[in-house]
Design a protein around this ligand. Structure first.
Ligand SMILES: [Zn+2]
Length: 324
């Protein structure tokens, strides 16, 4: 257990007798109490598609405020919610209703880091249309969040429990959410690429903070060399380089240092799924199964789940149903 969690226990004991009486262990951020950051923190980086420098800041936020992205250059805000997603072609893009110009792109790696680090309430400020890509993974965001520190808030978390299977499909790809007895979110994902360096890969895990940190967080986004020219011609991937993406050319990985994991590709796709599913607005209790699913299917899956009022319910950390 790290030092931050010791601080967290101290805060809980100082502030909440009702919480203390539950007897729940607070050593894990999965334990069911809302958290925010102890301190604000910021960094500077470039956007993957625009290639422009942006400043990112994480700021503490009150209980029940959720994750909110704020465009400091425009004065707009958008909640990190599945129904605020306006584009999923290359990354997941949020925008306030009726304000596509106030978009915030490439939120998935940040969302994955926030949910894995147990941060429920935070303002994510950015002074441009896209998150900085940093190294193409979630690890630098986790580092920032760790430096900021985490503090427990005096309110239990709500959880969305999947009650029946919901599935979306497209061209042989699919994504599914199923009920699951195990607490939290379990994930199983497979991918299939013609490029021999990727090929077929599959990965399964039950999401936990430690599991995310050790198995997924440093796995980078990737692209095919053949697609780079097309993206550049469309004005995209201007900030992309071997410093922030794995580039594959057939059987070859073009990055001089190679891969961080033999199956870094499927692990990154799972990282993306964790980030995309975090847009449900609360943690999920269920099992995610995906085959060749990307941002588009992940978002369609959440929309299909939430549109079916019999497919989910809101429960407290103790599994008791709550009024939705
Ligand atoms: Zn990604």
């Amino acid at each position: 257990m790290d030092g931050m969690q010791v601080d967290t226990i101290g805060d809980l004991h100082g502030s909440s007798s009702s919480v203390r009486e539950t007897g729940l262990s607070f050593r894990s951020p999965d334990a069911g109490i809302q958290h925010t950051l102890r301190n604000p923190i910021s960094c500077r980086g470039i956007g993957l598609h625009g290639g422009l420098p942006v400043t990112l800041a994480f700021r503490p936020a009150p209980v029940e405020s959720g994750i909110v992205f704020r465009r400091t250059d425009l004065g707009t805000e958008v909640a990190a919610q599945f129904d605020r997603v306006i584009d999923t072609r290359l990354c997941t893009v949020l925008a306030p209703e009726g304000r596509p110009d106030a978009r915030v792109a490439t939120v998935e790696h940040v969302m994955a880091a926030l949910i894995a680090a147990g941060i429920d309430n935070v303002i994510v400020e950015v002074d441009g249309p896209e998150m900085p890509v940093l190294d193409g993974s979630s690890e630098p965001f986790l580092f920032l969040l760790d430096c900021a520190g985490r503090v427990a808030q005096d309110m239990p978390r709500s959880v969305i429990e999947v009650l029946k299977t919901v599935r979306v499909e497209e061209n042989g790809a699919f994504a599914e959410l199923r009920p699951n007895r195990a607490p939290g979110l379990s994930l199983a994902l497979s991918i299939a690429f013609d490029a021999a360096a990727i090929g077929r890969q599959a990965y399964t895990m039950r999401l936990s903070e430690q599991g995310f940190r050790s198995e997924l967080a440093n796995c980078r986004t990737f692209t095919l060399r053949s697609e780079i020219e097309a993206m550049r011609a469309a004005g995209l991937a201007r900030g992309g380089s071997l410093d922030n993406a794995v580039v594959v050319d057939g059987a070859r990985v073009m990055n001089p240092a190679g891969l961080r994991r033999p199956n870094e590709f499927v692990r990154h796709k799972m990282l993306d799924a964790v980030g995309d599913l975090a847009l449900a607005g609360h943690r999920l209790q269920g099992a995610f199964i995906g085959h060749r699913s990307g941002h588009g299917l992940n978002n369609r899956l959440l929309r299909a789940l939430m549109a079916d009022r019999g497919a989910w319910r809101i429960v407290g950390w103790n599994g008791r149903a709550r009024a939705a």
